[in-house]
Design a protein around this ligand. Structure first.
Ligand SMILES: CC(C)(COP(=O)(O)OP(=O)(O)OC[C@H]1O[C@@H](n2cnc3c(N)ncnc32)[C@H](O)[C@@H]1OP(=O)(O)O)[C@@H](O)C(=O)NCCC(=O)NCCS
Length: 174
């Protein structure tokens, strides 16, 4: 089992089936899915399947998304983490990619950036990743701002799933 990461306000840990209600609150909100293809989930069973899928990614590839919970009350607020992407995206294949998704009432408090920083550090120090990648919908200003705060730099725009996306990279510090 992988370890737990603690930041100032957050605990980052493995996703569990008991996170299903939180995952459903997250993924049933159309505002959360505005820049994710506009397909919010309709039934909690979809969230349960998603958790199982992420758990399998961990078993197969050794990395994936983690649950983010508040230290103060153990509340599930969303997920973040490093996924090993085997799809071909923007002419890249088999790369480590940072992602994040939070329940709407927890936006605007710096949690996504706090968790993102912890995963950037984890990728470079514990996982020995040489380069991290991230991409988002070109119009997702909040997501782009997180990447810029974490030190990622913009590389190019590209078309993916009929949307204009933006590609970012971050090299392991010397
Ligand atoms: C994208 C998303 C994660 C952004 O979340 P967020 O909470 O706005 O992101 P941050 O953690 O950077 O916090 C944002 C603000 O919190 C504010 N903040 C408040 N208290 C803070 C604190 N103690 N420390 C740091 N920032 C704080 C900051 O000022 C920051 O705003 P700024 O960048 O304009 O200065 C969120 O909108 C989301 O989950 N969207 C849906 C899913 C999605 O689009 N995911 C990305 C797909 S690639």
């Amino acid at each position: 089992m992988k370890k737990t990461i603690e930041t100032e306000r957050l605990i980052l840990r493995e996703l569990q089936l008991s996170d299903a209600e939180g995952m459903f609150e997250l993924d049933s909100n159309p505002k959360v899915h505005l820049f994710l293809g506009n397909k919010p989930v309709k039934h909690i069973e979809e969230s349960i399947e998603n958790i199982k899928f992420i758990q399998k990614q961990f078993a197969d590839l050794g990395t994936g998304r983690w649950a983010v919970v508040l230290k103060e009350n153990n509340e599930f607020i969303g997920w973040s983490g490093i996924k090993y992407s085997t799809d071909e995206i923007n002419n890249h294949k088999n790369f480590y990619e940072l992602g994040y998704r939070f329940i709407e009432k927890h936006w605007g408090k710096g949690y996504a950036t706090e968790a993102g920083q912890a995963f950037v550090d984890y990728a470079f120090t514990e996982m020995n990743v040489e380069k991290l990648y991230a991409y988002t919908d070109a119009g997702n200003e909040n997501s782009r701002r997180i990447l810029e705060k974490l030190g990622f730099h913009f590389v190019n725009s590209f078309e993916y799933n009929e949307e204009i996306e933006v590609w970012y990279e971050l090299k392991k510090p010397e």
